[in-house]
Design a protein around this ligand. Structure first.
Ligand SMILES: Nc1ncnc2c1ncn2[C@@H]1O[C@H](COP(=O)(O)OP(=O)(O)OP(=O)(O)O)[C@@H](O)[C@H]1O
Ligand SMILES: [Mg+2]
Length: 224
């Protein structure tokens, strides 16, 4: 199996001088191409920190992170943005939708902003609305949707650019158990049918169980 994410001896320290907080301490892990991996660990153990480093949202770390064969530490800012836009989709706990745009405009936003025409995106949009079960809601405003539906819009937005990887930080952290299951079924489907590699942070054993493998963060190191 080829790896799509590789984390080698990654350390990350916050703070200065006498107030240092070493959150990651030579952490190592990988995600294989087409794998669905869950990342667990106590609150404050550094899960979000690691996910953001992998996603190139924070470039200040020691060690090596390779995503889609690229050593992200040695990329220029523009190359890293490009890798993010083309290869990675992000899903967060609090959906991060634009409340005054309807469902389909939210899903299209990163791409219309990058200069793509709506007509070019039309067939991918229809397919993604179908997969995420949002076809009927395509013109709805986010505020009229349930939390689970809003999270599905966020996932649709993340997969719209046909990324190879989804990075999800507690995607069900704000959802009831029924909506959480819907989101996990959707991830499973995207993983199986579209071959998307998924790395999700979760506090839920049940959600972690939808993945094929769980990595634990403890004392700055990864276990498992
Ligand atoms: N921007 C920052 N500046 C300073 N310290 C930070 C920053 N971000 C995170 N930390 C610290 O790093 C540690 C790990 O935080 P992180 O958010 O990665 O934990 P987590 O495992 O995601 O926790 P949770 O399960 O609560 O989301 C915490 O001690 C936190 O205070
Ligand atoms: Mg976190």
């Amino acid at each position: 199996m080829n790896t799509i994410i590789e984390v080698n001896n990654v350390s990350k320290t916050f703070g200065k001088n006498t107030n240092l907080n070493k959150v990651l301490d030579s952490a190592c892990m990988f995600v294989g191409e087409g794998e669905f991996v869950s990342l667990m660990g106590a609150s404050g153990s550094g899960k979000s920190t690691l996910l953001y480093l992998i996603g190139g949202l924070d470039r200040n770390f020691e060690g090596n992170i390779t995503v889609c064969g690229k050593d992200i530490g040695s990329l220029k800012d523009s190359e890293l943005s490009d890798l993010r836009l083309r290869n990675m989709g992000f899903v967060f706990q609090f959906y991060n939708l634009v409340m005054n745009l309807n469902v389909e405009d939210n899903i299209l936003l990163p791409h219309t902003m990058a200069g793509k025409k709506r007509s070019e995106l039309r067939s991918s949009l229809d397919e993604i609305l179908e997969i995420t079960g949002l076809t009927e809601k395509r013109k709805a405003m986010p505020a009229t949707l349930s939390g689970g539906q809003q999270q599905r819009v966020a996932i649709a937005r993340a997969v719209m650019g046909e990324p190879q990887i989804i990075l999800a930080d507690e995607p069900t952290g704000n959802l009831d158990s029924v909506s959480s299951e819907e989101v996990m079924h959707l991830f499973t489907r995207l993983n199986k049918e579209k071959g998307l590699s998924i790395l999700q942070v979760t506090h839920s054993e049940k959600c972690a169980g939808y993945g094929s493998r769980t990595v634990m963060l403890e004392n700055g190191k990864t276990v498992g």
